[in-house]
Design a protein around this ligand. Structure first.
Ligand SMILES: Cc1cc2nc3c(=O)[nH]c(=O)nc-3n(C[C@H](O)[C@H](O)[C@H](O)COP(=O)(O)OP(=O)(O)OC[C@H]3O[C@@H](n4cnc5c(N)ncnc54)[C@H](O)[C@@H]3O)c2cc1C
Length: 372
């Protein structure tokens, strides 16, 4: 039988596309694009908005928003997003050697120093000169659009039900698929068998959205490629505040980016300003912090205090919940393309086909992993 592993958007889509007989997936439906409910407020795992609605639809009702995003730069000024809207944006004529080289060539020394380098250091927590620049033109603040706006999410969509997990739930419910909510613990590749906590399954073809570096398999000659895969971890702290306590210049914003080392957040979003579920009269707030395994997180109260000190709120917001996204962004290292190619070839020999953001080890958007 054909088996798909995972409960996220890629697994749900692959189930139908590859005529699978069984889905084995642990966790909440929607995976990384799911939402957690505490009755009054709903929070996604980090900012999650749809950059596009494909022609044949997304299977769930969405509202369209014109992005309202700001940056707080190194000296605390509030400026429009993206940064180069206000400053330099040079065409790149020669291939950059690495991501740091790309940043300097494209934005110039001053903007690199004042925003792009500190922001990217904080976001990736990985040496920028050891990252490739292949992806940067499209994924890191893309070029000006024909209409003069910037970026893929200049206009974006969000489910009218008030949480991103609604997309996966709708798709999942429409398929009536066979789903074992089980955890895959290993593969016996010689025997083409999937071993879970509760069972063993022989497969003909297996489509796996398990992160490549979490697949428990005899990796043979591929061990070194697996070891070279790097990723970020993101901690999300969720708060709410009464609308009367938001300072005027921050009212109605969708999200804000921060580059200063003194401010722990990479970004703060206001999900209820783009349709996220909330209590009447209250705005929801989510702080995202990129962390290393050896980083010590502060207490949620400290983060709330920092937001007040920056001058966003008149009062300290109320803490609601927190969440860690262990594997959040796949780091585009200098060797990532070669590593993923070798790993994929090895898995394909045993009829395992990696899918999705963490199977392809590429920072794909939701509409890309759904492949519609
Ligand atoms: C912070 C953040 C912000 C983002 N913002 C946006 C955005 O604004 N717009 C956008 O389009 N995209 C965004 N994305 C990307 C989007 O989340 C992904 O493209 C999409 O959710 C990936 O789906 P997936 O199915 O490939 O992976 P996942 O959703 O991660 O699915 C993997 C699944 O495998 C399951 N699994 C893992 N190991 C096992 C195992 N051993 N056994 C069984 N099951 C297992 C997991 O439980 C999960 O269900 C963002 C991602 C992050 C991290």
């Amino acid at each position: 039988m054909n088996i798909v592993i995972g409960s996220g958007l890629s697994a749900i889509s692959a189930y139908k596309k590859h005529n699978c007989d069984l889905m084995i997936g642990k966790g909440i439906i929607g995976g990384t694009a799911s939402s957690t409910n505490n009755k009054k407020f709903l929070f996604d795992k980090g900012i999650h908005v749809l950059n596009t609605i494909p022609e044949n639809g997304i299977g769930c009702n969405c509202n369209n928003y014109k992005r309202k995003a700001k940056i707080i730069n190194k000296i605390g000024e509030i400026i429009d997003y993206p940064y180069q809207k206000n400053n330099t944006d040079n065409p790149i004529n020669e291939t950059p050697k690495n991501y740091l080289d790309y940043i300097i060539k494209r934005f110039g020394d001053k903007d690199a120093r004042d925003f792009h380098v500190p922001y990217n250091d904080k976001f990736w927590k990985y040496p920028l000169h050891k990252m490739s620049a292949d992806w940067a033109n499209t994924k890191y603040v893309p070029k000006k659009n024909i209409n003069g706006s910037y970026g893929t999410n200049d206009n974006f969509w969000y489910p009218s039900k008030g949480y991103i997990g609604n997309i996966a739930e709708k798709r999942y419910n429409s398929l009536n698929l066979q789903h074992n909510h089980d955890n895959v613990v290993a593969f016996d590749i010689k025997d083409k068998t999937i071993i879970t906590n509760n069972n063993k399954y022989k497969y003909n073809k297996c489509y796996s959205s398990i992160p490549l570096n979490r697949i428990n398999i005899d990796w043979g000659c591929c061990k070194k490629y697996i070891k070279r895969l790097k990723h970020t971890t993101i901690a999300c702290f969720n708060f709410s505040i009464h609308n009367n306590n938001i300072k005027k210049s921050f009212e109605g914003l969708h999200w804000i980016y921060f580059c200063s080392k003194e401010i722990p957040f990479i970004r703060i979003s206001f999900p209820s300003n783009y349709g996220g579920k909330t209590l009447k009269g209250y705005t929801t707030i989510q702080c995202e912090i990129s962390i290393n395994p050896y980083d010590k997180l502060k207490n949620y109260h400290d983060y709330a205090q920092i937001m007040k000190d920056i001058g966003i709120f008149k009062k300290i917001p109320t803490f609601i919940s927190s969440e860690i996204i262990n594997i959040a962004y796949c780091i585009p290292t200098l060797t990532v393309n070669e590593d993923v190619k070798k790993i994929t070839q090895y898995l394909n020999k045993y009829d395992i086909f990696p899918i999705g953001r963490y199977g392809k080890w590429k920072n794909l958007w939701m509409h890309e992993v759904m492949n519609i």
